[in-house]
Design a protein around this ligand. Sequence first.
Ligand code: MN
Length: 298
Amino acid sequence: MLSEPTDAITIREGRVTTVAGSRVIRVLPTRGRRTVGPWCFVDCMTPNDFDNPAPLEVGPHPHTGLATVTWLMQGEALHGDSLGTEQLIRPGQLNLMTAGRGIAHAELGVTGPAFGVQMWLAQPDAHRNGESRFEHHADLPQLTVGSAEITVLLGSLGEERSAARFDHPLVGLDLRMRPGTVEIPTEQDFEYGIVPMDQSIKIVDAVVEPGWLGLVSPGFDSITIEAGSAGARVMVVGGLPLGERIQMWWNFVARTKDELTEAWRDWQTGNTDRFGPVPSKLARIDAPRPTWLRSTER
Ligand code: MN
């Protein structure tokens, strides 16, 4: 049980950046840390102006070697991908898109502003060149733990298990905490990342501000989280350490620069065997040129 101060907890600040004109706080990757379990990317979509937000419009773009996990707390968006999927996502629903060797997709805000998280799972080596797939889960398990209402996006908590598929042992939870302390059951061999969305929390004695990351090392069967008088909305991601060193660049996850270059070239040359057409009225997004390529290379 993690309920005493310990160096198993480390805190990282997120950094503000923009994705297709929308403000996000990038929580993962962070300095010196690429993954938490298989989770390799966590962006908090937090409009700085809820009354006049920039529209969520992300035109067709590719992915490889990862699964995207889209989770909204406010707003609605339309997902379209090269499998032919067109799926509206609302708060409380999960969109899970697995790229394998290659997929392309677009996202268009329908009602805004979009408040939520966009996260990626690195696919392990045995799966990362496989088939792409898309799942929409409108009915996810929910349970009450102490003063928190918890939705299980991926993996399981107690007896409750999400039906969403995954390639590497993991968990993804959304906690709606009332004021006070909650003891979340955890797996001893998992590492965890804890991300408050709207209010600061404490993991034992460590303060974590909204858009920051509380990292917890493996070795505990529960973690104690405390919300202040306003309660808190908190994402918890965790998993078995991936045990593979990934390389991430732009929208691709791979293992080598050569693989990243090949994915870049396949997108830029319109290789539809790898990245098919996307049902979207938005303009296709060009990939930037890899910085490691010499200017004469194509
Ligand atoms: Mn994407």
